[in-house]
Write a protein that binds this ligand. Sequence first.
Ligand code: UDP
Ligand code: MG
Length: 310
Amino acid sequence: MDLISVIVPCYNEEESIPLFCEEMHKVIKKVKVNWEIIFINDGSTDNTLEVLKKLASKYKRVKYFSFTRNFGKEAAIMAGIEKAKGNYIGLMDVDLQDPPQFLEDMYYILKHEDYDCVRTRRATRKGEALFRSIFSKAFYKLINKICNVKIVDGARDYCLMKRSVASSIMDFKEVNRFFKGIVSYTGYKTKWLEFENVERAAGETKWSLWQLFKYAMEAIFSFSVFPLILATIMGIICFILSLLFIVIIFIKTIIFSDPVSGWSSLACIILFCSGVQLFSLGIIGEYLAKTYYETKKRPLYIIRESSEEK
Ligand code: UDP
Ligand code: MG
């Protein structure tokens, strides 16, 4: 019989977990295969771990792995994939923003159609804060223009994939991870399902705007060298402008005997040029920092305890 592993990263989700289990239970009753639900406790500071321990002692199919501290959702996803034993591997949020009932369709699509992976996207951004929505839309437009992988607008991490896809994902050893990009990069045949935006069942989102911005930058720097090209383009533009200025000043001085006066124009030019230089240096620094972390090869996560040890 098939085994479906569902990976569920949790960070301070004591309120959402029981609601999630209720919904998940309905799906498990309907789809007659073996299931394992792998909760990854990403260094929660509330009672998430206690809730998970209780669940694991009650239900055999519930497993948990608990990190020593918060390593982030990307690390939790990777941990889940590495621990999953199923021939189908799913990933979903615990807050019910990824409706579990879709798992049934996803499973039958993989089982009966010629697809390796079923992924999901939000059809609309209803219910999302306006600024967040604008920021997200702009991000997807930009990333699809400059990256060598296609990142679908509104794509969620929620997916079900065959073992082969998960194995390929495990081959990506990078520490700066962007799951949506990695799955697209693998190039497996993917079916997309759409659903309306659902509000969180309980608790609060863990993503501040600043974190979202950092996540967006992570995605861009992980899958594109366009920022470096941008630095080069800015350098070329400055060079051409400076040549033009030299010609203008030369003509003014030689032909019209009118030397340029005033320090303010000079100050502006110096400020502009040093701004461009610092900006470019920042971009190079960003790539250097990424390389620095990659070469260290630090573990993505550290597990303090798990249901497997008992
Ligand atoms: N999450 C996590 N580690 C983190 C932040 C979030 O494991 O550092 C989990 C969280 O518990 C949830 C999922 O990732 O199951 C998505 O988080 P959230 O709902 O806060 O994000 P949003 O849906 O607002 O994008
Ligand atoms: Mg959420």
